[in-house]
Design a binder for this molecule. Structure first.
Ligand SMILES: CC(C)(COP(=O)(O)OP(=O)(O)OC[C@H]1O[C@@H](n2cnc3c(N)ncnc32)[C@H](O)[C@@H]1OP(=O)(O)O)[C@@H](O)C(=O)NCCC(=O)NCCS
Length: 157
């Protein structure tokens, strides 16, 4: 579908904790099955609550159903996009691209000049997905405890 139905984007808070973590687990299960232990795949509720407190967590809703999410956080390096996810039963409808655009818009509003993200070097299609959305690789790191190397991307906004 070239024009997915729009989502209503809202900041998530602790009232959404279980729904959010459930979405993350479901979306990232495929990565885990392929051997990539992304944090989101097994995030305990307690860590989810900490993330909701520490960063800007956004959710895209269709009526009451949480369909897509991403987080934004700022540190000494700049603004990071993390935990991008779409419900598996709503995948390939364009919501992932919409979520990226939404994240870029909010980062820009927050004063970001560029957006940073990373993904697994061995993923079959995510590297190409980000390249096709204007993200450029600038490095590769091994994060502690991860079964994959993380390819670092940035995009000027
Ligand atoms: C990444 C993710 C958010 C994409 O969401 P989505 O709603 O399916 O994405 P879109 O429908 O906007 O598709 C974007 C493009 O990604 C690529 N893509 C998405 N799913 C794909 C798949 N299963 N196989 C190959 N390419 C795929 C395609 O190029 C697609 O464009 P197309 O449908 O026009 O060919 C979703 O797959 C997801 O939640 N994955 C698990 C969590 C994850 O890995 N997040 C990123 C961590 S860095």
């Amino acid at each position: 579908m070239s024009h997915p139905p729009s989502l209503a984007w809202r900041r998530l808070s602790t009232q959404h904790l279980e729904q959010w973590v459930e979405l993350l687990h479901a979306a990232y299960a495929g990565n885990l099955a392929m051997g990539m232990n992304f944090t989101a795949a097994t995030m305990p509720l307690q860590q989810g609550a900490q993330f909701l407190a520490d960063r800007l967590v956004w959710g895209g809703f269709a009526q009451t159903q949480l369909v897509a999410t991403f987080t934004l956080r700022h540190d000494g390096e700049g603004w990071h996009l993390n935990l991008l996810a779409v419900r598996p039963d709503e995948s390939r409808k364009g919501y992932g691209k919409l979520a990226l655009l939404e994240a870029e818009r909010h980062a820009l509003d927050a004063g970001a000049a560029e957006l940073l993200l990373d993904t697994a070097d061995q993923h079959p299609w995510l590297l190409e997905f980000y390249r096709s959305r204007g993200y450029v690789e600038y490095g590769c790191v091994q994060k502690p405890g991860k079964t994959y190397r993380s390819v670092l991307f940035r995009k000027p906004l």
